[in-house]
Design a protein around this ligand. Structure first.
Ligand code: SPQ
Length: 747
């Protein structure tokens, strides 16, 4: 069935003609009638087949129209009123009327002038599409595909069934030509369009006019290149149409021009003063915003860019043998990088970060805070500058916050967002969407937060803003730094004291960094508490190299005869050094050199040389201190003499994958006996064979099987390695540098 019987297009130019052409192409209306000012345009539109018939007066056809029809007014904004007067005089009030004008406030006023009220059959709208060409010959059946159409229906339409039907009809028509339809308030529409469309046109018209007429150099355009062409393309748009838009949206455009003029004159002063720092600030902020917009233009929001990573099929083919030698620095600590952006954003003042991890997980956090209105420069070679907005300065995001593969982002942000005045939703990739969120949602609810997950406690996490939080005294049921950090961040907004007690020590970067930002907290044994009401003061942060990333090369050297690796500037926070303790217990030769403290975190250069390893029973108290390092420790155990037993590590089953199962499967494929248990595994050291293993998209599993090849008798193929980029973007380069021979295959 067709959507409408008759489409009447008043004004058969680019906008009107394109809707006619698009509906015709899709067979969505029985007949198209055009109304144009001149007989010549009518004939041309008929000739081109844009319309079936055309007239110069609406009155010629209004008697034919009924409830299945639609009138689309596509004339310049200031000509709409005269069309409305004609419509009122002869078109029945069951015919749906819509328009395509770029300004909605002036059309609304015209409607009220003409009809004396808000007619139920009138639905104002604005397709955000166009071009420099005009006239009937410019009609383009694909003009609206994947473009936005903003409908600005009258406020109370939802309560009137007839009005709702007319709005639905207009929505269906636009959707039928593949446009994305959204609804907006009239004033909001005009302010947004003034800034994003009308202002750029003012500037482009004015720049071209200035260069063409005021530079006294008639040849000036001969020297203009791509930049000029791109910037001024819109100055060849329809002059009358744009004149009307400027006059119709005068107030909003004037305030956009004022804002822009103030910023332009500030920029002028910055250049006059040769203030390079300020200039860099403006340009980096603008570049980051424009780069994001480019992704949106390619229909690749940050989320779809991440989805591309998910869909990317990367396989590593790793040659057997070799040894591991050299001095390298692995990228910045992931946990500290996340927290540096979070606390820097909530601080007062500017936080400079060095050594920031430019991996997808930490970048997801960075992007999220930009989405929450924080100005963040960089990252540029690990340097990031965060212009803190204070504890109460975050702004409501315009859409769901997508954090990709990053559990840390989702869990810590849940706490922080629970204390805000606005609503928010956190979403993640396929793997993160399977991870448990009730561990944070439940205690946050106890604090008074309003938070929803799916029925099984998985993402998306929907947080209602404006809730009054109160402190609680929470005993963690599992050793989790993410849950602890989440509650402390919520505690910054909760009345009274928030206290968290952990069953075993977990990474304490949040506590250290809060103190670094001047926030008071109390630590007594396994309990940490804070009160709301304080402020965070910006500070400089140097992120040490990530011990979790260093682990792959520590194990590489520990299992491979004749190896000697030094990993520089690695964070050796006591809550993270389980891997060093466990490898030493197995007999590894590890030296911590040049120990020092950087920005509240201990660091050292770690030298590790080959020494034969023994199987051990891993002490349970070491488990939380090495939680992310177990996939690599499984490989060390596979190369050790005897049996290694891991217990008390059930948390490994709820990471990016079930890491116990994933390692057991892979090691078995490679000829190692590895029996998974409910809370760990029993690994028998032996000979590692070649073979093909699955990483299940888990970065740490992928990197662990890569280093296993150093001791393998045949090539190891590791599948699904794209997510290595989430925590260790230059892993394959560094692996190559220390002597691992691997090919990256992008399938
Ligand atoms: O961020 P994500 O995906 O949860 O990352 C992992 C990892 O291996 O990179 C876990 F899968 O690290 C967690 C870690 O396991 C990072 C983290 C933190 O920064 O607070 C804490 C640990 O998680 P948990 O659940 O034990 O608190």
């Amino acid at each position: 069935m067709m959507l409408i019987k008759k489409l009447v297009v008043v004004g058969i130019g680019l906008i009107g003609g394109s809707l006619a052409a698009a509906l015709r192409k899709r067979g969505q209306c029985e007949e198209i009638i055009g109304i144009a000012q001149t007989q010549e345009t009518c004939s041309r539109a008929e000739e081109r087949g844009v319309v079936d018939r055309a007239y110069t007066q609406i009155s010629d056809i209004c008697h034919e129209l009924g409830e299945d029809d639609l009138v689309f007014i596509a004339v310049p904004t200031l000509a709409i009123k005269s069309v409305l007067i004609q419509i009122k005089s002869c078109v029945a009030d069951n015919v749906t009327i819509t328009d395509g004008a770029s300004v909605k406030g002036s059309v609304y006023r015209d409607v009220l002038d003409v009809f004396g009220a808000e007619p139920v059959n009138v639905v104002l709208g604005h397709p955000i599409a166009g071009g420099e060409k005009s006239g009937v010959d410019a009609a383009d059946a694909s003009l609206y595909e994947n473009h936005r159409v903003i409908l600005t229906p009258f406020k109370d339409y939802a309560s009137d069934e007839v009005a709702r039907r007319h709005v639905t009809k207009v929505r269906n028509v636009w959707q039928a030509v593949d446009a994305n339809v959204i609804e907006m308030d009239i004033d909001q529409h005009d302010v947004i369009l003034a800034a994003t469309s009308h202002l750029p046109h003012v500037i482009a018209f004015s720049l071209v006019d200035t260069l063409a007429n005021d530079t006294h150099n008639e040849n000036i355009f001969r020297y203009a290149a791509g930049g000029f062409r791109d910037f001024t393309r819109i100055a060849s748009s329809d002059a009358v149409m744009w004149r009307d838009i400027m006059l119709a949206n005068k107030e909003a455009i004037l305030s956009s021009i004022d804002l822009f003029s103030r910023n332009l004159s500030r920029l002028k002063t910055t250049i006059e003063n040769e203030d390079a720092t300020q200039l860099t600030g403006v340009f980096t902020r603008a570049k980051a915003a424009r780069d994001r917009f480019t992704l949106m233009l390619m229909n690749q929001s940050y989320s779809s860019k991440m989805k591309n990573i998910e869909e990317k099929q990367i396989t590593y083919k790793v040659s057997p043998g070799g040894n591991a030698r050299g001095t390298i620095r692995v990228p910045g600590d992931k946990s500290i990088s996340h927290r540096s952006i979070m606390l820097g954003s909530l601080a007062e003042g500017v936080t400079n970060i060095q050594g920031f991890l430019e991996g997808e997980d930490a970048l997801a956090t960075l992007q999220t805070f930009r989405d929450l209105g924080v100005v963040i420069e960089g990252p540029d070679n690990g340097r990031v500058t965060v212009h803190g907005v204070g504890l109460h300065g975050l702004k409501a995001p315009s859409s769901a916050l997508y954090v990709g593969n990053s559990g840390t982002s989702m869990r810590l942000l849940s706490g922080l967002l629970a204390g805000q005045t606005f609503d928010s939703t956190l979403t993640g990739d396929e793997s993160l969407s399977k991870r448990p969120m009730n561990r944070v949602a439940n205690p946050l609810r106890d604090m008074g937060a309003s938070i929803e997950t799916d029925e099984s406690g998985r993402p998306p996490v929907k947080i209602a803003g404006g809730q009054k939080l109160h402190g609680i005294n929470y005993v963690l049921p599992m050793a989790s730094a993410q849950v602890k950090s989440c509650l402390l961040l919520a505690g910054l907004y909760a009345e009274g004291e928030t206290t968290v007690t952990e069953p075993a020590p977990t990474r304490d970067h949040t506590e250290r960094m809060l103190q670094g930002f001047g926030y008071q907290l109390k630590r007594e044994g396994s309990t940490v508490s804070l009160q709301s009401g304080g402020t965070l003061k910006a500070c400089d942060i140097e992120v040490p190299a990530d011990i979790s990333s260093a682990t792959f090369f520590m194990v590489a050297a520990a299992i491979t005869p004749d190896s000697d690796i030094t990993l520089t500037h690695v964070g050796i926070n006591p809550t993270r050094i389980g891997v060093i303790n466990i490898l030493r217990l197995m007999g590894a030769d590890i030296e911590l050199q040049n120990q020092r403290e950087v920005g509240g975190e201990p660091v050292a250069d770690i030298r590790i040389r080959y020494a034969p390893l023994q199987g051990v029973e891993i002490p349970e108290e070491q488990v939380p201190l090495a939680i992310d390092e177990f996939p690599a420790i499984f490989v060390a155990a596979a190369c050790a003499d005897g049996v290694t037993v891991l217990t008390g590590a059930e948390e490994l089953r709820v990471k990016e994958t079930d890491r116990i199962q994933a390692m057991a499967e892979g090691l078995s494929t490679l000829g190692i006996s590895c029996e998974p248990t409910a809370d760990g595994a029993v690994i028998h050291g032996g000979e590692i064979l070649g073979g093909e293993v699955e990483s299940f998209g888990d970065h740490r599993i992928a990197m662990s099987f890569t280093i296993a090849a150093l001791r393998a008798t045949g090539e190891i193929t590791v599948k699904n390695c794209a997510n290595v980029a989430t925590s260790f973007p230059n892993f394959t380069d560094l692996a190559g540098q220390i002597g691992i021979s691997l090919d990256v295959i992008d399938v």
